[in-house]
Design a protein around this ligand. Structure first.
Ligand SMILES: [Zn+2]
Length: 423
């Protein structure tokens, strides 16, 4: 606890001296974290996505993988600066709720377990809501097999609709045909959802480095070197330690959600409800017919034809109700989808890593205990944890954020980043 407290003090001190020039310095280690691998990745040829040489670049078993030296150096640097809280990994109770060691209150600001609806209070970037009037369309847990992925990707393409895909690394390896289809639609933002879909608050620091780092490396390799800016923790479980590693080592902002469709539970029954195509569709319909503030970050999945069907069936409401429906990054006013590129088609830039200003993170409401502790499902994990409740949380929409001065090494990104609000 003492160490976590000193971290907050250091952050506050840093804020005081750096106001007005929020950026990571050029020597921020994320610049060196993701070198191009040994082979060039393409959609065809010997090293194409899905081929043996491509697969061989990535860990076949993450439990046996080692942390590359660059990631370890970045982590060690963050630890030496007191930026990574020393919170012991939690364990999952039989009720699916994370249990922390004695003295580590999951609802305290020093721990702040998002699976128990604690919102980090301005020290590390974490987003729960979209801008008013915006609906950030996202799909977790992909890609799945082509029979499942193709209908969704075809629908998005036909509607010229951008969305964000929080990808599981092992699923990208296992379903490379779907992955190839996805990366050919330039309107789709690729973001990180970890390699094996664990409950991240239960993972060691080393496991967190591997889960995030290898997923980023793969996305980097298939997007000509783009480094995602956002990640979503599986089951919505993050805390100050997890978010600090994500941000200070890899430059990632943590994105949760403000509505849980429970689409992954279709066909299942939990303690409080029976989830069906009809019930999930009714939930999505209600939110899309509801108030515009805060904007929508609805948890949806590309797991199967049921989850995809619920999205497709309710998609017309995005249009008829006048939502500005976009990728998550666009819906939360991030200035770019990737840390080093505006989107999938803009050029890569050697910008200074666009770290957000801690002071610009909206002030969250006081932590409240969750009332929903149903276990989640995923394509890649048998893990279970608490999930977000499906009722809308109090707004902490990014519309409240102040302007952020960003410094980049190029006029393009410099102009962009200096002129827009950030989270
Ligand atoms: Zn997931």
């Amino acid at each position: 606890m003492a160490r976590a407290g000193s971290v907050l003090f250091l952050l506050a001190s840093s804020l005081a001296v750096s106001a007005g020039s929020w950026y990571q310095p050029r020597d921020h280690p994320v610049h060196d974290l993701f070198k191009r691998q040994n082979i060039s990745v393409s959609l065809s040829g010997a090293a194409a996505i899905g081929t043996a040489p491509w697969i061989a670049q990535y860990p076949a078993d993450l439990t046996k993988a080692t942390v590359p030296a660059a990631w370890k150096a970045a982590y060690d640097s963050a630890v030496s600066k007191g930026l990574i809280p020393n919170i012991p990994p939690a364990t999952l109770g039989t009720d699916g709720v994370a249990k922390y060691a004695t003295g580590f209150d999951p609802l305290s600001a020093a721990v702040c377990d998002s699976s128990q609806d604690c919102r980090i209070n301005g020290t590390i970037p974490q987003v729960w809501d979209a801008l008013p009037g915006h609906a950030g369309i996202s799909f977790d847990d992909g890609p799945l097999e082509l029979a499942t992925a193709s209908p969704l990707y075809t629908f998005l393409k036909q509607n010229n609709q951008g969305s964000t895909h929080f990808m599981i690394g092992s699923n990208m390896i296992a379903n490379s045909d779907s992955l190839k289809m996805l990366v050919q639609d330039e309107k789709q933002e690729l973001a990180c959802h970890t390699w094996t879909h664990p409950v991240m608050t239960t993972q060691t620091d080393t496991q967190i480095l591997l889960e995030l780092g290898w997923t980023l490396q793969l996305i980097h390799d298939i997007t000509n070197g783009r480094i995602p800016k956002i990640w979503r923790p599986p089951t919505g479980a993050s805390d100050m330690r997890v978010c600090a590693i994500a941000y200070y080592v890899f430059g990632l902002t943590t994105v949760i959600w403000n509505y849980d469709s429970n689409d992954w539970q279709i066909g299942a029954t939990d303690a409080t409800a029976v989830y069906t195509d009809e019930s999930v569709t009714a939930s999505l319909t209600g939110w899309l017919n509801g108030p515009k503030t805060p904007g929508l970050l609805m948890l949806e999945h590309e797991l199967n034809n049921h989850t995809v069907g619920c999205f497709i069936n309710t998609y017309p409401l995005h249009k008829s109700n006048g939502w500005i429906s976009t990728t998550v990054s666009d819906a939360i006013a991030a200035p770019s989808w990737y840390q080093n590129s505006l989107n999938n088609t803009a050029p890569l830039v050697a910008l200074d890593v666009a770290a957000p200003a801690p002071s610009a993170v909206p002030s969250p409401p006081a932590p409240v205990a969750t009332t929903s502790t149903t276990p989640p499902a995923s394509a890649a994990s048998a893990s279970a944890s608490a999930t977000k409740g499906s009722s809308k949380n109090a707004s902490n929409g990014v519309s409240d954020v102040g302007p952020l001065a960003m410094i980049s090494s190029t006029a393009l990104l410099g102009a962009l980043l200096c002129s827009v609000a950030f989270w």
